[in-house]
Ligand binder design. Structure first.
Ligand code: AMP
Length: 506
């Protein structure tokens, strides 16, 4: 069954149960959410959008994000949720590449959306998500469109290694497998439960809306639209059976905050699923002590949404187990519905006691990259998705990630590809050579640092980045250096540069 059909079924079953809330206040029952989704589908159709068209959502977390997502699916169209922190140029690229003619933006993202649309090669209609209610209420609910399991549901744009984002095509079948993985392996969900979306809906939290809606649980959007520890505590007083998806940075903030969760608040929390970036074992242990056995870890990527390995609540909480420490430092074992392997340096595919690029196969793996057969052919070979992550699978099947082969930097759960930042810095006339690395940071996981040669001033480079890329990708430190460490082939040795950086920090 596809997502709109699930909404239809759940609305029949629990018409009056809360489906959507802003903070403590319910804004839609399942019956109301179904009507609004069907009206939004009508609005899209009236504006000329057709089945299979890609519809963008570029917004902070807000209840109408969920309504729009389901409205798009009700109309058989493809949702393209886009990171609300992207720079207008980056957004414009996605709008062009995805052939997106309708973009829903929230109050905070309207200006960036407008700037981006001015740069697109085709007409894009912009809609205000925060002023949608009246417009939608005036429409006649549309008939739900039938879709096939292999039809596209979600186009998930990831940052590309070449600096250009790629659109992972997620089908209804992929979402189905992702939802099954959550419900069977991460945590069961009952109709009285809810998910608090304190992490961006354009990423993991939004994907987790799917299993929760299917079970009749409520989607709760914090009034702040994001992660605020005090607000979260008050929400935990009100809501129970709570799931949350959180980047490790968020878990650490919660644990280190002055706000101590009460017994009741802790009892209302069912599971915090962390992932998207490495979490140090020490931090996981501290979180376990503070929050109790509520933590599960997942390792996934846009290309295999939320579903490669899972470190379950039991394993994380199993302090008395002999291998507990090692397991806490791992990303868990494969979800039952996927096959996990590594490709070793000699090209062999190994399932145990081996190290190499992490490979995954199964029904959850994307269909390919949108309009990019070359990238698809590089990523999926003989049915195996090549993740670009380097890991070690132990004899008991637990996977430990060692490095990221693509030199990806993960800061506060957001992916930053060095090349993207390097390309911008190299446009400055007084920069000769540049290399961008991640520096370990207790708060953000990593922060971006740029090493460069040439006589450019740090302040000018910072101004250049502000002008050209999203703020979260901007280096926190610019270090002028006489020459960059390079191999015989002239390739910058990032590992040596990281050592130099670590030395400078002492
Ligand atoms: P994205 O496609 O934005 O979800 O990013 C996926 C990448 O984030 C993966 O390829 C990994 O490099 C990293 N990642 C995801 N989950 C974890 C995890 N639990 N631990 C470490 N890194 C992770």
């Amino acid at each position: 069954m596809a997502e709109a059909e699930w909404l239809d079924k759940i609305a029949d079953r629990f018409p009056h149960r809360p489906a959507l809330a802003r903070g403590r206040h319910v804004v839609a029952s399942f019956s109301a959410l179904r009507t609004q989704a069907a009206q939004l589908a009508d609005l899209l159709q009236q504006m000329g959008a057709q089945k299979g068209d890609r519809i963008g959502i570029f917004a902070q977390n807000t209840p109408s994000f969920i309504t729009t997502l389901y409205g798009i699916w009700w109309a058989g169209m493809v949702a393209v949720p886009i990171n609300a922190k992207l720079h207008p140029d980056e957004l414009a690229y996605i709008l062009n590449h995805g052939g997106i003619a309708h973009l829903f933006a929230s109050t905070d993202t309207q200006a960036a959306a407008e700037d981006a649309i001015a740069k697109t090669d085709h007409a894009v209609q912009r809609h205000d998500l925060d002023a949608l209610d009246d417009r939608v209420a005036a429409m006649t609910p549309a008939t739900r469109q039938d879709v096939a399991p292999d039809d596209l549901a979600w186009l998930f744009y990831t940052s590309g290694t070449t600096g250009r984002p790629k659109g992972a095509m997620l089908t209804y079948r992929n979402l189905d497998e992702m939802a099954r993985g959550f419900l069977e392996t991460v945590a069961p969900v009952a109709p009285a439960d809810c998910i608090i979306h304190a992490a961006p809906l354009s990423h993991g939290s939004g994907l987790y809306a799917v299993p929760h809606l299917r079970q009749g649980a409520c989607q709760v959007i914090p009034e702040s639209g994001g992660f605020d520890v005090e607000e979260l505590a008050t929400l935990l007083d009100h809501w129970s059976g709570v799931s949350m998806f959180a980047a490790p940075t968020m878990v650490n903030r919660l644990v280190r905050s002055d706000v101590q969760l009460t017994e009741t608040q802790r009892a209302h929390l069912k599971v915090i699923v962390y992932g998207g970036a490495p979490m140090y074992a020490e931090d996981a242990e501290q979180a376990l002590t503070t929050l109790g056995p509520k933590l599960a870890q997942i390792y996934g990527q846009g290309e295999s949404p939320m579903t490669i390995t899972c470190l379950s609540r039991d394993v994380i909480a199993g302090r008395d187990q002999a291998q507990w420490r090692d397991r806490l430092a791992s990303v868990g074992a494969a979800f039952p519905q996927v096959k996990l392997a590594v490709k070793t340096a000699d090209g062999a595919i190994q399932f145990k006691e081996a190290q190499g690029e992490v490979l995954v196969r199964g029904e959850v793996v994307m269909k390919g990259y949108w309009q990019d057969p070359e990238a698809t052919a590089t990523a999926i070979i003989d049915g195996w998705l090549h993740t670009g992550d380097i890991g070690h699978i132990a004899g008991d099947g637990y996977l430990t990630l060692l490095d990221r082969s693509k030199d990806l930097i993960i800061s506060g759960g957001a992916n930053i590809y060095p090349r993207e930042v390097e390309e911008i810095l190299l446009t400055h006339p007084d920069v000769q050579d540049v290399s961008v690395i991640g520096r370990p940071d207790p708060d953000w996981g990593e922060v971006v640092v740029a090493y460069y040669t040439g006589k450019a001033k740090a302040a000018d480079l910072d101004a250049l980045c502000l002008e050209r890329i999203a703020r979260f990708k901007r280096p926190k430190d610019y270090v002028q250096i006489d020459h960059l460490p390079k191999s015989n082939y002239g390739k910058v040795l990032k590992s040596s540069l990281r050592e130099i950086d670590a030395h400078r920090q002492k």
